[in-house]
Design a protein around this ligand. Structure first.
Ligand SMILES: [Zn+2]
Length: 86
């Protein structure tokens, strides 16, 4: 089966009831669906960027849970310095 807009819209309706397993945000969107059949959907949290597949049983340990305050205070990945020139 080929992915269609109707399929995407039906999945979008379902995602309204989903929370991110890592930060409990309701800002979850469909990232991609299985290209053949309706086997799986990959969801992504727009708040913490966590992604997971619909076929997985997700368990996020308490020590890895995030909230908006933790996300705000995360360190920034150091920038990569420019390449050395000869
Ligand atoms: Zn999240």
């Amino acid at each position: 089966m080929i992915f269609t807009i109707d399929r995407y819209e039906s999945i979008r309706q379902e995602e309204c009831y989903m929370l991110c397993p890592r930060c409990d945000s309701e800002q979850v969107r469909v990232m991609v669906t299985s290209p053949i059949g309706e086997e799986w959907v990959v969801y992504m949290c727009e708040q913490c960027c966590f992604s997971w597949r619909s076929t997985e049983k997700i368990h996020v340990s308490e020590k890895f849970k995030l909230d908006i305050e933790k996300i705000k205070n995360m360190q920034i990945i150091p920038p990569i310095p420019p390449l050395k020139t000869k």
